[in-house]
Design a protein. Structure first.
Length: 255
């Protein structure tokens, strides 16, 4: 998939100096490497199935291979990349059938989360989601896709958290990484018309949540995810090059 997204700024990260760094600093460095690498892949800078060059990524992030490989292991566990024995790593490819199935499943999980959240959510948690929504709308108006997507994911995760169901949360997290990249790309479908549709759907999500209308919110979330999956499939179809005709082949003449 060719990216239409501006490159992520890649200021080198600072690794340990000659003196041993405290464990907390090492954890912070690991988290920063992980976040920037995840954002880079999610934003579509490497095509589906594309190999991830350790040398190029180390140069981009300003780190050595060891912390990079640790970050790749985490992303593999999230389902965003695949580790290839003795061959490095690649972005995990998803077929149209994979996308359709995964988004329907995630829609079911988020729909259930919305229903449960409406039974349990506090006024404070709703206020926090309202703030996320306000910030997301600001990014949308500024056409800042990365900022928008960050707030978008906080909203969806906040609803899942508000459901207060450990098994649901674990199942959601096990799948979220696999479709994070696809969720991001879906907003570019139909010359970004899908982005506007998603923003309107989020207005409906927030309204139903405020009213604690569990059944209504469940339906909205399921359809929201189904729409996003369909948009993602359409986007990948738009961006895939047309298959080349066999050399020398000609259309059969009908007598």
């Amino acid at each position: 998939m060719s990216s239409t997204i501006p490159n992520i700024e890649a200021a080198p990260l600072t690794e340990s100096s000659s003196r041993p760094a405290p464990a907390r600093d090492e954890t912070s460095l690991h988290d920063e490497i992980l976040a920037r690498l995840r954002d880079y892949i999610v934003a579509g800078h490497v095509a589906d199935g594309g190999r991830l060059s350790e040398r190029q990524l180390c140069e981009m992030l300003g780190v050595s291979r060891t912390p990079l490989r640790e970050a790749l292991k985490v992303l593999a566990a999230e389902g965003l990349v695949e580790l290839l024995p003795n061959r490095g790593a690649r972005v995990r490819p998803l077929s149209a059938a994979d996308i359709h199935e995964l988004f329907d499943l995630m829609g079911g999980l988020e729909g259930l989360a919305g229903r449960l959240a409406c039974e349990k959510i506090s006024d404070e948690a709703i206020a926090e989601i309202e703030q996320f929504h306000h910030d997301m709308y600001g990014f949308y108006m500024r056409q800042d896709m990365q900022g928008y997507f960050r707030m978008n994911q906080l909203i969806h995760r906040a609803i899942v958290d508000a459901a207060a169901n450990t098994t649901l949360h674990a199942t959601y997290e096990s799948l979220a990484g696999r479709i994070r990249r696809v969720r991001f790309s879906a907003n570019f479908a139909r010359k970004r018309e899908r982005w506007s549709e998603a923003m309107r759907e989020h207005e409906l999500i927030l309204d139903a949540l405020r009213r604690r209308a569990g059944s209504e919110l469940s339906d909205i979330l399921f359809q929201h995810l189904r729409n996003k999956g369909a948009a993602a499939i359409a986007y990948f179809a738009e961006t895939q090059p047309a298959p080349a005709s066999p050399a020398g082949s000609k259309a059969a003449k009908v007598e």
